[in-house]
Every structure is written in C-alpha cells, then in structure tokens.
Design a protein around this ligand. Structure first.
Ligand code: AHR
Length: 312
C-alpha cells in the first residue's frame, strides 16, 4: 500500500514546466499535512511549477487564491474545497478563462461542467465500512455511540455521517447518543469528547466513539484516558484516514479500526491533467480512491513504520 501511495509518477511527464495553482484548505489534520507534502512532491517530480496557497480553513481565502491563479494565467488549478457550497461563481470564472479545475478529496455542490474531474474517496462508503466494522464487532450487545463529526458543511462530514448511519440502520442495539463537530482537529476532538464523557456518566455509558478522522480519534483517546477509562477496551475507537498516529494507538491497544484515505490525490489528478492537456482526453468526472479497513490484526507497527516519514 505504501508503494501505491507514491506510485504513478510518470516519467518524461508532459506537465514539465506547466504552472499549477493549488488552493489547500489548511493543516487541520495529519492527513491534510501529508496530502500537501505528497502534492508538492508529485509536482516536483513532474517538473510542475506549483503555486501553493494555504487558506487557513477559510473558504473566502480559497476563493481569493483561485481568483489570483486565474489572474496569473496558470495552466490548471487544484482545489480541496473546505465546504460544499458557494463555489459556482469562482468556478465559472476559471471556466471562462479556459483554466481546468481539479477537485481534490472533497466535493462541491456545483454543476459538474464547472470542473474537469474530482479525485476523492467514496466518503459514504468510508462511513459504511466504519459502521459495518462496529456492527460486526459488538454483535448483539447494546452499544451507545458518540460521533465526532468533521467540519460542518464539508462533504466528508456529510457523507461519512450518512454512510455510518446506513450501516447501523435497523440494528436496534446500536444508537448514536451524541453527535457534534470536532472540526477534524485533534484539540477539538478531545474537547468535544470530554463533554460527551461528562454527559454520559463519566464515559461509563459510552460503548464506542466514531470519529470522522483519525486526528479527532486521537484527541478522543486522550480524553478517555484522562477520564480514567481505557480507550480501545472500555470505549471502542473507530475512525477514518489511516495516519501513522492511529497505528501507534493500535499498537498501544487504544484504537480499534480505521479506514484508509490515501493522501496521494495529486498523482491521479496530474495524470488526468497530463492526458487532458497533452492528449485531449477528457477524464472520468469522478476518480475514486480506495477505502480499505485496518484493524490491530493488520500489522499496525508495520503500517506505522512504512507510513512514517512518507509525507506524514
Ligand atoms: O477531506 C478529507 C478529510 O479532511 C480527512 O479525512 C481529514 O483528516 C481532513 O482534514
């Protein structure tokens, strides 16, 4: 899987010398930082001049950056959209300027003809895989779940919630007792989990925490330990991303399952861009990355070792 993380760098790439603007959300999570590193690495290996703009979690900054890229006359724009709505005008401006836009890892509520392609996971599936793992793990036992949602209005928060709810639907013994946003950050994940613990009999009534990303899960693990309970045993921990820190938590017996999200969205994006700019090939509208489940049975120490340093 590590090879897959960085595979796909075309030799003698046709993107040599092209200028590509990248509007990144920020650095809210370990996964996000890895996506930034991998994108820079992919650009460097292909000889692309990457113009990087960090939006510090603000959509208005992303829109400003995209307008700046259009004004500069870049060859293409990558954008990881922080939330789903509010993109129509700026995407139309890029289209009018004949600049292809590629969405990375999150979706938008906008007409599909406003972007060239979207490279992302099936986020509903990610939620479903996490939910199915929990259904299979608890069996007939009653299980009160608390949920740490991602950024409000972002497609991963919306879709991961939906997929998880689909997986537990019809299972009367599994209920989501509390659900709140932790904004995909470790610190908010911890803070919100502390509130859940207080509200649920010092955490004793909680059977599992479902976090929309690993960073919030890691924050929740700390909150569980601070409350004198054992994460992974007293409270099951299931999340999404497969970053090194969640494998370290698995090695320590403190996390139970994660669903992998590759940070290499740029590889397939640049391949599609190359084919489009140089071969006139219009790519699939949605390029979907894999969503593999990892548990402590899947050599978490090995997964930690191979990922550590590779962009994370
Ligand atoms: O859009 C992908 C999500 O954004 C990742 O799961 C999360 O860690 C990041 O902040």
């Amino acid at each position: 899987s590590t090879v897959a993380l960085f595979a796909g760098v075309a030799q003698a790439d046709g993107l040599q010398g092209k200028v590509v603007g990248f509007s990144q959300i920020g650095s809210e999570s370990g996964w996000r930082a890895a996506e930034t590193s991998v994108t820079k690495l992919q650009a460097e290996e292909r000889g692309i001049d990457l113009k990087f703009a960090d939006a510090q979690q603000k959509q208005e900054n992303q829109i400003k950056a995209i307008r700046g890229f259009i004004a500069q006359g870049v060859d293409a724009i990558l954008v990881a959209p922080v939330v789903a709505t509010g993109w129509d005008a700026v995407l139309q401006e890029a289209k009018d300027a004949n600049i292809p836009v590629i969405l990375l890892d999150r979706g938008v509520d906008a007409s599909e003809d406003l972007y060239l392609t979207s490279v992302a996971s099936d986020q509903v599936k990610e939620g479903r895989v996490a939910g199915e793992w929990l259904v299979n793990t608890v069996g007939d036992k009653d299980c009160k779940i608390v949920e740490l949602q991602g950024t409000v209005g972002s497609t991963p928060a919306i879709n991961r919630k939906q997929g998880f709810e689909e997986a537990i639907a019809g299972k009367a013994n599994l209920t989501i007792a509390r659900s709140q946003t932790g904004d995909f950050t470790r610190s908010k994940g911890k803070e919100v989990m502390e509130g859940f613990i207080k509200a649920e009999n010092g955490g004793k009534d909680i059977c599992a925490v479902y976090a929309h990303n690993d960073d919030m899960a890691v924050g929740a693990i700390q909150a569980i330990k601070d409350a004198g309970l054992k994460p992974g045993t007293d409270i099951l921990v299931v999340s999404i991303d497969a970053v090194p820190d969640i494998f370290a938590a698995m090695v320590a017996g403190e996390a139970n399952a994660t669903v992998e999200l590759t940070p290499n969205m740029a590889g397939p994006a640049f391949d599609a861009l190359d084919a489009y700019l140089n071969g006139g090939t219009v790519p699939e509208k949605f390029i979907i990355t894999e969503s593999k489940l990892y548990t402590p049975a899947d050599n978490p120490q090995g997964e930690y070792d191979t990922r550590k340093g590779l962009g994370y």
